[in-house]
Design a protein around this ligand. Structure first.
Ligand code: IMP
Length: 429
């Protein structure tokens, strides 16, 4: 039995989708525990590219796929995703479960997300606009609607009327919008359709997951976003609104910490970030552009261009600590094939002139201290034999592993499943 949490160690988009897909053939279930359809997990399915936003990517291999209580769910988007899968002849019917405790992303959450970003002007967070922050706000404020509430139509209708009233007041008074108010009656009719579609999947997922563990099943907890978008440990306020770290797998799915057997950290061989916020190793020159074009760095959810920069070992070392990472998967190494040299940030020069190897309370105004390594300058895309990797790449991997303090278990040399090298098996499923 193994319970492995797969987490991003940077600002998301490290390649978690591919790794989860790789491990899924040995897994009995894949669980999402936080975030919503702000995530975009890209998986190559044969020659087809598929991006899952809500449903765990395990569904592509007909593995039990669970949306845990910590996830926020936009029902319309979820149904679109289910329909998209059906069009690819992937039926979710026997494999998909939704926690009755998961909160709903409602139309006002999406509206307020966009309006708040507009109000913030150049201080905007650069959210995905999917209503994630406002949905978690209502959850914490104890005024959200949960998936399970949909099953009690009368109560749901009353709750909707109350909430719609309040949300319209916010729309009128805080945003000065009077002509696009929400209508409880119309929404109820819309949601009645959603209820019918989603009802068969709704259940008590903590029971389901703990039963699977009791029966010695292998489970993957699929993190969304990355460690430095975590609401507590990320570059606040430029973060998402959930706990993206491995600890979130416990609260977001209803298992105890003692159930987790491993934490696999997903590391991109360089760094990217979407949206606003500090990014010490960001490159604004031809190397940044090369990373962007070679790495095809466009957001899977919003299509936005990702900001690119050198590998920041200070960040990832911290991610190893705060997640309890037991090994790392290094992704997209082939993107560096054309680089003559590669830099690794091993510390920061702080605004007071001091050099630090640790993460300061704010990453604003720090300057990275770099170490330089020779590039390998040859094509490595698709290499599957560790011995055939160029020596410079092996040296780069060994250095990363040494600085961040975790051994490398998987190396990815391309987007397809087969472009992968398992270095060390014993820690994984
Ligand atoms: P939100 O999660 O939509 O509220 O966005 C908050 C921040 O997290 C923004 O900077 C987004 O760009 C970022 N973000 C949210 N989801 C992802 C993701 O899946 N990958 C990378 N960045 C993300």
């Amino acid at each position: 039995m193994a319970c492995i949490v797969v987490v991003g160690t940077q600002w998301g988009d490290e390649g978690k989708g591919k790794v989860v897909d790789l491990l899924t053939n040995k897994a009995d279930a894949v669980v999402r525990y936080q975030g919503g359809n702000n995530a975009g997990h890209t998986v190559m399915f044969g020659d087809k590219k598929f991006i899952t936003h809500l449903i765990p990517s395990g569904i592509l291999q007909k593995t039990t796929s669970i949306l845990g209580n910590g996830v926020v769910i936009d029902p319309e988007e979820l149904i679109n995703e289910i329909n998209g899968l059906k069009e690819m002849n992937i039926s979710v019917d026997k494999y998909f479960y939704i926690s009755d405790q998961a909160h709903l992303v409602m139309p006002w959450h999406k509206k307020f997300d966009l309006l708040r970003e507009e109000q913030k002007g150049n201080k905007k967070i650069g959210t995905t606009g999917r209503g994630i922050g406002p949905a978690y706000e209502d959850k914490i404020r104890r005024s959200g609607i949960r998936i399970g509430d949909l099953l009690h139509k009368g109560d749901f209708k009353n709750k909707l009327e109350e909430i719609v009233d309040e949300k319209n007041q916010i729309l009128n008074f805080s945003f000065k919008i009077n002509d696009e108010t929400f209508n409880a009656e119309k929404l109820f009719l819309e949601f009645e359709k959603y209820i019918e579609k989603l009802k068969p999947f709704i259940c008590n997922t903590p029971d389901l997951i703990n039963n699977l563990i009791d029966n010695n099943k292998n489970i993957i907890f699929e993190g969304a976003q990355g460690s430095f978008l975590d609401i507590d440990h990320g570059t606040y306020p430029y973060v998402t609104s959930s706990n993206t770290l491995s600890g979130g797998a416990c609260t977001g799915s209803g298992i105890g910490p003692t159930r987790i057997t491993d934490v696999l950290g997903i590391v991109k061989a360089y760094t990217t970030r979407v949206g606003s916020g500090p990014f010490p190793t960001e490159l604004f020159d031809k190397y940044g552009m090369l990373l962007q074009s070679e790495g095809n760095e466009f957001g899977a959810t919003t299509g936005r261009t990702r900001r690119c920069g050198w590998f920041d070992a200070v960040l990832v070392r911290n991610a190893v600590l705060i997640n309890g990472i037991t090994s790392i998967a290094v992704m997209k190494l082939d993107v560096l094939d054309k680089f003559k040299y590669i830099k690794i940030a091993i510390g920061y020069k702080l605004p007071n002139g001091k050099i630090s190897g640790n993460i300061p309370s704010s990453l604003e105004n720090v300057t990275p201290v770099y170490e330089e390594m020779p590039g390998w300058n040859c094509k490595t895309l698709g290499i599957t034999d560790y011995e055939k990797l160029p020596l410079e790449m092996i040296a780069y991997l060994e250095r990363i592993s040494e600085i961040v303090g975790a051994s490398v278990s998987i190396i990815s040399t391309g987007p397809k499943r087969e472009n992968s090298i398992f270095v060390k098996h014993e820690n994984l499923l």
